[in-house]
Design a protein around this ligand. Structure first.
Ligand SMILES: Cc1cc2nc3c(=O)[nH]c(=O)nc-3n(C[C@H](O)[C@H](O)[C@H](O)COP(=O)(O)O)c2cc1C
Ligand code: SF4
Length: 653
């Protein structure tokens, strides 16, 4: 720690005269495997226990707790205490990952904000101060040791914030407990001294050189002078851009040119494979869905069989982009999932993804051999995929070769149901024919959409509106679907009905699928704030669906209640053009679709319809359950097995 020195003169800070002890403190962290979170927690606890800070100390995960980076890194939040007008101090604790991680998005955001001519040039200049601590591994990544914390430090400075404690870098291969304690204690003492640790002019105009001049606090290179062993390897954000500029050292530039979205050795890869995903190439995924397994065992198809005639055992769920531009509250993937607003990764070729996805899917099907109850005829059919649900996770339309990818599936007679999140109008506009085109509509108003989808785009609402206009115009030849996911307390109140009707009026979809949200585990640690209280009951969904249908008809729009799959709390409102000869025709004639598609002639959504079976009708006694399948209730089955065991043990006595 030989390089530390106190500021000789704190008067240079003319704009920020606030005493540190009067400032609220925000500890921001990002953590994939927990180390940075532990350090953040230790700092939080020490600061709180020190009693020096009258004002709240808050600890926020950048990936999960910060819904909108603008709130903190474009604007500065006001204190909740009206008597406290002091500006906060930001402490950033960040690991570095050679592979892609949510930190890349955060750094991209800081960089974009610093270079966005539409926003204030120094939006963070009013902060009372900031410091960054990096965690990394200098043994395994000597050239990239803590490189992302350096970028963050530099970007904060470019945003006009003043550094009050030097950039810290801790190596996980050292005694992290000891080095953390040391760093925490020094920082806490500076914060209670009310004196910045390091003198620096911090003229934002001159910020290009600032990181290089900064004294560092490091658990590494203690006996060295200057900037440590990675002299000359400081990374500019420009180095991270996708146009492969070659600033910085050759070594470094090589390793941080376009990254893979999900590299084999990354925590994201581990997390996805643990959850049953097969990662295909570097940015695609495939997973066998529970309905595929259920159909193989003759225990029922998913709602898409009732609504559109999809045979679940021949359906593959996949995505060519595991990355997404939202962080929806009902999505379970937070924490390690790749996020981004622009494609900044290596791109895999579409044929490789199609082959890889099919191979991954068939491997999982093979594993079903020998599972009790598997029907051999369905098992054999399952080796000829007929449908592809491009909806697994992430945003398929984000993939730069989505049209080529869809074409390859159609050439194999595989139908395509593509779901997008209404955030990429440019890609939506140029999308070629798919079998069914979905847009997720997760909330009816701008404010609610922000709460539910937590979008990364600042102009998310305008993007959604543009997408709806595209559906109504350029893409009106497609069979279009709005997908609504109802979350109690978020987006299904009485007043929401009118808002959804406005959006239907704008997008004029062929169909509206409405599904009650399902519970996907505890909110603890994955940033998902949903609890069981947010999961609507079947009756609540039915009531909502009826109100929406009434509202549409009141406005003169021709829609009707077509189908339901009560088992999955899923409902279908369809445009009345699908009601032909007094019968609903929401099913798809797949052979006809491929015939038309191969003919290269233009065709529209009514050209490949077929009749909906009556057992799938809304309000039917079967509630969308195919009478040919066996109803399977896990609780009943468990009870039956228990009774059987009891009977046998009694018989044996
Ligand atoms: C796949 C992978 C890539 C990594 N890349 C780097 C790197 O480029 N530079 C570095 O200093 N440390 C690197 N590390 C080490 C991590 O930054 C270090 O383990 C850190 O403590 C992780 O923090 P977290 O547990 O909060 O996610 C890498 C670790 C893994 C698993
Ligand atoms: S759009 Fe889909 S993948 Fe993306 S966060 Fe929302 S639910 Fe998850």
């Amino acid at each position: 720690m030989s390089k530390l020195k106190k500021s000789p003169d704190t008067d240079v800070y003319t704009s920020n005269k606030t005493k540190f002890s009067d400032s609220p403190i925000y500890i921001f962290y990002s953590s994939l495997t927990g180390a940075s979170k532990r350090v953040a927690t230790q700092l939080f606890e020490t600061l709180t226990a020190s009693g020096n800070h009258k004002n709240a100390v808050q600890m926020l995960s950048i990936d999960d707790d910060v819904e909108d980076l603008d709130t903190y890194f474009l604007n500065i939040p006001k204190s909740e205490d009206p008597n406290n007008t002091n500006f906060p101090i930001y402490i950033l604790i960040l690991p570095s990952y050679e592979s892609d991680s949510p930190i890349d998005y955060f750094l991209e955001f800081l960089h974009d904000t610093a270079t966005d001519f539409r926003v204030d040039k120094y939006p963070l200049k009013a902060l009372s101060g900031y410091t960054v601590l990096g965690l990394g591994d200098s043994e395994s990544w000597p050239d990239l040791f803590c490189y992302q914390s350096k970028i963050a430090d530099k970007s904060m400075s470019k945003l006009g914030a003043r550094r009050i404690f030097p950039l810290g870098r801790l190596c996980v291969k050292n005694d992290l407990k000891e080095t953390t304690a040391h760093w925490v204690n020094r920082l806490v003492s500076v914060l209670s001294d009310d004196e910045p640790f390091l003198y620096e002019e911090n003229d934002p105009e001159d910020s290009d050189s600032d990181t290089d001049d900064v004294e560092e606090y490091s658990s590494e290179n203690e006996n060295e002078t200057g900037n440590g062993s990675d002299d000359g390897t400081l990374v500019d954000m420009e180095d991270l851009s996708t146009d492969n500029k070659t600033r910085g050292s050759g070594k470094l530039t090589k390793s941080i040119n376009k990254k893979q979205m999900v590299a084999k050795d990354s925590p994201t890869f581990k997390s996805l494979t643990k959850q049953g995903y097969t990662v295909v190439g570097s940015h695609s995924g495939v997973k066998i869905c529970r309905w595929t397994k259920s159909a193989l065992r003759g225990r029922g198809f998913c709602y898409k069989f009732a609504f559109y005639g999809i045979h679940s055992h021949r359906c593959m769920e996949t995505t060519p982009s595991l990355s997404c531009s939202n962080k929806c509250v009902f999505c379970w993937r937070h924490g390690t999932n790749p996020v981004g607003t622009t494609w900044r990764w290596e791109v895999d070729q579409p044929d490789k993804i199609v082959e890889g996805a099919l191979a991954g899917h068939y491997t999982k099907i093979k594993q079903m051999r020998g599972v009790p109850g598997v029907l051999m005829d369905r098992f054999e059919e399952a080796f000829k995929v007929r449908h592809c649900a491009l909806s697994l996770v992430g945003e398929p339309i984000f993939y730069p070769y989505i049209n080529e990818f869809v074409k390859m599936l159609h050439e194999k007679d595989i139908s395509t149901f593509l779901v997008c999140n209404a955030q990429h109008p440019d890609q939506l506009r140029t999308l070629n024919k798919v079998t069914q085109l979905y847009v997720s509509i997760d909330a009816p108003t701008k404010q609610e959409l922000k709460t539910v989808d937590r979008p990364l785009f600042r102009d998310y609402w305008e993007r959604l509106e543009q997408c709806l206009d595209i559906l109504r115009t350029v893409q009106s030849h497609q069979r279009t679907v709005f997908r609504l996911t109802l979350v109690k307390g978020f987006n299904m109140s009485e007043s929401d009905v009118g808002g959804y009707a406005d959006l239907v009026e704008r997008g004029m979809p062929s169909l509206i699928e409405i599904k009650g949200a399902t519970y996907c585990g505890s909110s603890e640690g994955n940033g998902n704030p949903l609890t069981m209280q947010n999961i609507p009951f079947y009756e609540e969904c039915v009531s909502f669906v009826k109100r929406l249908d009434n509202e549409l008809n009141k406005r003169g729009m021709q829609y009707g209640l077509a189908a339901e799959h009560s088992h999955s709390c899923c409902f279908l409102i369809a445009n009345k053009k699908f009601y032909v000869d007094n019968k609903w025709h929401t099913h798809i004639d797949y052979d006809k679709f491929f015939k038309l598609w191969n003919s290269n002639q233009s065709f529209d959504s009514l050209d490949y319809i077929c009749e909906t079976p009556e057992w799938a009708y809304f309000g039917s006694k079967e509630g969308g359950f195919n009478p040919a399948d066996t109803r399977y209730n896990r609780k009943d089955e468990k009870l039956k097995k228990k009774l059987q065991r009891e009977k046998e043990s009694k018989g044996g006595m």
